[in-house]
Ligand binder design. Structure first.
Ligand SMILES: Cc1cc2nc3c(=O)[nH]c(=O)nc-3n(C[C@H](O)[C@H](O)[C@H](O)COP(=O)(O)OP(=O)(O)OC[C@H]3O[C@@H](n4cnc5c(N)ncnc54)[C@H](O)[C@@H]3O)c2cc1C
Length: 312
């Protein structure tokens, strides 16, 4: 068999194996990642699967391992820049199929695909406080644990009590708080490759009117200060020690500067937005331009908070 025939046959076998693991309506081939990222940017994934249970996650991982195909995980795609040639191998998205939310006492259990806003509202409904900070972060709870996402003095490390994840051997593992290695925009999952399936939050009893007041306050702050009406992946850069990335970028005179369809937001310089038809290449070039200019003017290195995935 020639090499190209072998590749076709291998990929047909993988598709057949995946169909044993997951119904075909939740298995897409050559799916554009621009449909699944808040940046609205990104080339196709070879295979795109939406598992509906921990068992399906494990079965998909097993099939990928058998065919030596790389696996990339996606939540709500709100902190990623997927490159223009897309993602080789398999993308596994934790979406609405794994987004159940329930509680017992003050503990809230959320499936990895549950959106943070939905979890915040759920907690408020049961007078549970501690998760208001997450109301406007447009991610899934799995992605938020992975990133230790935070806002308004709160972050995931303050509320997560335990996480259940499927690890590379296909086994299910429970991680307690002291094993999660939370740091600034960091968790153990950035090092161990496990796929977060369920998150347990330890919240406190609160007063409904105060909880709702905080939710409204945080929502209004975001609407006035952030370009949430435009596609983006949030803050492009991590906060450099002792500075704010947005302030440095603004002081460097970069507000509104663009490369192709990518632009430094005029509303908040910490955000690069897709002002229309931006490619990942445009965003990368603009990131480089901002880094150079800020370094030259202030001697501060900016490092992307946005995770860059796929092939250029
Ligand atoms: C308008 C806007 C505002 C934002 N504001 C904030 C903010 O205030 N604070 C903040 O911290 N962030 C903010 N963000 C960034 C982003 O929303 C958060 O980082 C969010 O937690 C990412 O979640 P996600 O589900 O979208 O993850 P994705 O972007 O899909 O993925 C992010 C990373 O997590 C990994 N991942 C996702 N799900 C899982 C899983 N189940 N298991 C293992 N790995 C996983 C992915 O592989 C990827 O490396 C903002 C983004 C936007 C667009």
């Amino acid at each position: 068999m020639v090499k190209s025939d072998m590749l076709i046959s291998k990929s047909m076998n993988l598709a057949a194996e995946l169909e044993k693991a997951i119904p075909s309506k939740r298995l897409l081939i050559n799916e554009p990642m621009s449909n699944h990222t808040t940046f609205r940017i990104g080339g196709p994934a070879d295979y795109f699967v939406l598992p509906a249970s921990v068992q399906e996650v494990a079965a998909v991982l097993q099939a990928a391992k058998e065919f030596a195909v790389p696996v990339t995980v996606l939540g709500n795609g709100s902190n990623v820049l997927v490159l223009d040639r897309g993602i080789r191998g398999l993308v596994l998205k934790f979406g609405p199929e794994m987004a159940g939310i329930r509680h017992s006492g003050n503990t809230v259990f959320a499936g990895a695909g549950a959106l943070l806003a939905a979890v915040s509202k759920y907690a408020a409904q049961y007078d549970l406080t501690g998760f208001e900070f997450a109301i406007g972060i447009p991610g899934s709870i799995g992605g938020a644990v992975f990133m230790n996402a935070g806002a308004y003095e709160g972050d995931m490390s303050q509320v997560v009590q335990a996480v259940t994840a499927v690890c590379q051997d296909g086994g299910l593992r429970r991680f307690e708080l002291d094993e999660l290695k939370f740091g600034y925009r960091h968790s153990v999952f950035q090092d161990n490759g496990c796929l977060i399936c369920e998150v347990e939050l330890a919240l406190e009893n609160g007063v409904n009117s105060s909880i709702r007041g905080r939710l409204d306050d945080y929502t209004e702050k975001r609407q006035t200060k952030q370009p949430i009406e435009m596609p983006s992946a949030g803050s492009t850069f991590k906060r450099p020690p002792g500075h704010f990335a947005g302030t440095l970028i603004e002081k460097a005179g970069l507000k509104g500067v663009s490369v192709g369809g990518a632009q430094v937001s005029t509303k908040h310089a910490g955000f690069i937005i897709n002002a229309g038809g931006a490619s990942a290449q445009d965003v990368l070039a603009l990131i480089g331009k901002v880094q150079d200019s800020v370094y030259k003017q202030f001697g501060v290195s900016l490092h992307p908070e946005v995770r860059i995935l796929g092939e250029a």
